[in-house]
Design a protein around this ligand. Structure first.
Ligand SMILES: [Zn+2]
Length: 209
């Protein structure tokens, strides 16, 4: 699997475009929310000559999901955990935080739910979904075994952990979820914000929380 990281310049989440090299299947993890960030995603896709087969959201916060609408309107399926997916379907802005980002609450009607331990096929690459609550109740992480990559959303960053003071956040759950991902033999951490990190970074962070 090839990974194209789009590290955010501003308040958007990072975006990761994943491509299965054998079948050329493509997916996007967290498309951000600004039009500038979307332009960057589209320009990478254009260079690849591809359009995504699906989008995965690590959780329901607007900085990660705002650009879902663009892909959903083109018939691309959006996957996330049901606990956070419900907040989007119910347009529950206490949980989505669109207004906090000075944007309108999105209207996305067609979502697909993924649960803990589920394997998603990206061509011949298996993406393992882990339910890792703490930052939000429905936060998920995505693990790819061959490249030993972990996409953590806002659970953990290369230099710290995600907030747990927002609706659905829970610090004890976050600690447990970080312990859970440390059971995986991942090498590179691809977080929702900031630069990429390593297994060692996360191990060190877990020690201090
Ligand atoms: Zn978040």
């Amino acid at each position: 699997m090839k990974i194209y990281p789009i590290i955010s310049y501003s308040a958007d989440s990072n975006t990761y475009i994943l491509e299965d090299e054998e079948t050329k299947a493509v997916c996007i993890i967290d498309p951000g929310y600004t039009s500038e960030h979307l332009e960057r995603i589209i320009s990478v896709l254009n260079e690849m000559g591809k359009f995504p087969d699906f989008v995965i959201n690590t959780h329901c916060h607007y900085d990660h999901i705002g650009n879902d609408e663009y892909f959903a309107n083109k018939g691309i399926k959006i996957f996330l955990n049901e606990l956070d997916g419900k907040a989007i379907l119910e347009r529950d802005d206490e949980k989505i935080l669109a207004r906090f980002f000075e944007m309108k609450v999105p209207k996305i009607r067609d979502l697909k739910f993924v649960d803990n331990d589920e394997l998603m096929d990206l061509g011949k690459t298996a993406l393992k979904i882990l339910h890792t609550p703490g930052h939000t109740s429905g936060s998920i992480s995505v693990y790819e075994e061959k490249t030993k990559s972990l996409f953590s959303g806002d659970l953990v960053f290369s230099g710290g952990v995600g907030r747990t003071d927002l609706p659905g956040g829970n610090f004890e759950q976050l600690r447990t979820s970080i312990a859970q991902i440390l059971d995986l033999n991942f090498k590179t951490l691809y977080p929702g914000h900031g630069k990429t990190g390593t297994y060692e970074n996360v191990k060190r962070i877990r020690k201090f929380i």
